[in-house]
Design a protein around this ligand. Structure first.
Ligand code: SIN
Length: 328
């Protein structure tokens, strides 16, 4: 593609998902296979905002429930590579919606990019009669071209979310599939025009901390993915016990995230097992299981709480903290 002087170069990285999914019939929006159509083909069906010069690269072709740490590492390395190119204004990543929030937080924490990195996906496969992917992709490209923008964002259903707040909130519906909880969305986009609704919080607007001139310094970019700390999630619930904690510790886990009840409370037996395991070196972090509101930690809490992250993102957060502690 040729580049006119006033064009902005956007790199689009494909990883699969429903946005690249196919079904046997245009009416089938549930019984489809994710991650079937290549990123070049997806882009060919999208109306581009004027003045965009695009490059495409296929990083993976998966259903995002099968996302791996190794793919995350490759993705982060490729994002870092393209961001270091002065002619690149921003990056768009097509992704399955099921683990999009985890990838968004991983990339924000590992790269804290000084240019926009925009994740998008779709709730309906590309073959659906009214597929939502093409508009989402076009909107994501518009946001990635926004001057002065930085950090990792998610753009779906005409709404812009911050990586730290975004979560999948509905398994099927188009408009409500993603939400940003108490913080609310960052902006809305319609007719190719972006309107901001609020300023970003600290986590989303963090200054680049690990990359300078394209140097890859975060351990997640260099340490082999199968050597990353192992962190698992346990849910606190009625009738919980410490059995899972003891089994995971015996199996060599490094950290446990607890999807906690209410305002971060943990079942007594489960908490006893966690406190005992902490004393032997297990890392523990809690996150409320109850949905979009933020928890308010109190002085009587015996276990630390992640601030405003879903349990799945808290697992990413704890794993990265342990990686950072261990160094490259
Ligand atoms: C996936 O996450 O890859 C499948 C579901 C989706 O993209 O909506």
């Amino acid at each position: 593609m040729s580049t006119a002087p006033d064009t902005q170069r956007i790199v689009v990285l494909g990883t699969g998902g429903t946005i690249a999914g196919t079904a046997a019939s245009p009416d089938d929006v549930v019984g489809y296979r994710a991650g079937q159509i290549g990123i070049d083909t997806l882009l060919a069906g999208v109306s581009m905002p004027p003045g965009s010069a695009l490059e495409a690269e296929q990083i993976a072709q998966i259903d995002s429930k099968d996302m791996t740490h190794a793919i995350w590492q490759t993705l982060a390395q490729r994002v870092a590579h393209h961001l270091a190119r002065p002619e690149v204004a921003g990056i768009v990543i097509t992704h399955g919606t099921d683990t999009l929030e985890e990838t968004a937080w991983f990339l924000q924490r590992v790269l804290a990019p000084s240019k926009p990195v925009v994740l998008t996906g779709a709730m309906r496969p590309a073959t659906a009669r009214e597929a939502d992917g093409p508009q989402n992709l076009s909107d994501a490209i518009t946001v990635a071209r926004e001057p002065g923008l930085s950090g990792v964002l998610a753009v779906l259903a005409g709404t812009v979310h911050d990586a730290c707040d975004v979560r999948k909130a509905n398994p099927l519906r188009l408009d409500d599939a993603f939400a940003s909880g108490d913080a609310g969305p960052l902006g809305v986009i319609a007719g190719g025009r972006l309107r901001w609704l609020r300023l970003r919080g600290e986590a989303g607007s963090a200054a680049p901390q690990v990359l300078s001139n394209g140097t890859q310094v975060h351990p997640a970019l260099s340490r082999p993915a199968d050597d990353w700390p192992r962190v698992e999630i346990i849910t606190s619930h009625a009738g919980a016990t410490g059995a899972l904690v003891r089994a995971l510790c015996a199996d060599g886990v490094h950290g446990i995230v607890v999807a906690a009840t209410g305002n971060g409370s943990v079942n007594r037996e489960l908490q006893q097992a966690l406190v005992a395991a902490q004393a032997t070196g297990l890392a523990v972090l809690c996150s409320p299981r109850s949905g979009p509101g933020r928890a308010h930690p109190s002085a009587i809490d015996r276990l630390p709480m992640a601030d405003g992250l879903t349990p799945a993102k808290t697992r990413v957060e704890l794993m990265l903290r342990l990686l950072e502690r261990a160094g490259a």
